[in-house]
Design a protein around this ligand. Structure first.
Ligand SMILES: CC(C)(COP(=O)(O)OP(=O)(O)OC[C@H]1O[C@@H](n2cnc3c(N)ncnc32)[C@H](O)[C@@H]1OP(=O)(O)O)[C@@H](O)C(=O)NCCC(=O)NCCS
Length: 173
């Protein structure tokens, strides 16, 4: 997997090289409030995630792509695509360190990965989910041209005792 370059960002394959910077946001309850399986309780959880991401890039056909988002040489977050078995559908994920929110980096990184998925991997259908109160994530989906195709309950997030509601957004090419 090559690096992807945007106007302000570089996307590089995730690896344990980014352990401390990843754990800073992945263990932060505020930063991860709308995430399903975060925050991570221990740095070993973060390390295992990074090792898994690194291993996947060694495969001839990775089933997921976890990319580190780099700004001026500093690791500030991650954007990901998880493919289905036939490889024509992929689900997005994104998370930035909260110190870098609201500057358009999330959209810029996701847009670059969407273009890569479309042009290099042949993905024709992108999907994303978010908590209905996660306005920033929803806006990234809208700015990507994705359309809301569903709203439903049954979302079980680590941070909430009660069941949450979520949106599904999709785009087809
Ligand atoms: C979701 C996330 C990656 C977005 O990254 P980002 O760089 O902050 O996003 P962008 O700056 O590209 O766009 C955010 C948009 O949401 C809008 N927004 C953010 N918070 C908002 C709020 N409370 N009310 C209204 N709009 C809001 C911004 O104005 C912006 O829209 P605009 O470009 O039309 O002005 C980032 O907020 C994040 O890491 N959140 C924590 C992790 C997370 O929740 N991940 C998603 C799980 S589904």
């Amino acid at each position: 997997m090559k690096e992807l370059q945007t106007e302000r960002l570089t996307l590089k394959p995730m690896s344990p090289e980014y352990l401390e910077s990843t754990h800073e946001y992945a263990s932060d309850p505020e930063n991860t409030v709308y995430m399903l399986f975060l925050p991570n309780d221990s740095i070993d959880d973060t390390l295992n995630y990074l090792k898994g991401a690194e291993e996947e890039f060694k495969k001839e056909k990775p089933s997921f792509y976890e990319m580190a988002v780099i700004l001026d040489g500093k690791h500030i977050g991650a954007v990901s695509l998880y493919l289905n078995e036939s490889g024509d559908l992929a689900e997005f994920g994104w998370m930035l360190n909260k110190r870098y929110h609201g500057k358009g980096y999330g959209f810029e990184a996701a847009k670059a990965l969407m273009e890569y998925g479309k042009n290099e991997l042949g993905i024709r259908h992108f999907i994303a989910h978010c908590d209905t109160e996660n306005i920033a994530s929803r806006r990234v989906m809208e700015k990507l041209g994705m359309v809301c195709t569903g709203e439903h309950g049954g979302r079980h997030s680590k941070n909430f005792k009660e069941e949450r509601r979520e949106f599904t957004f999709e785009i087809f090419f």
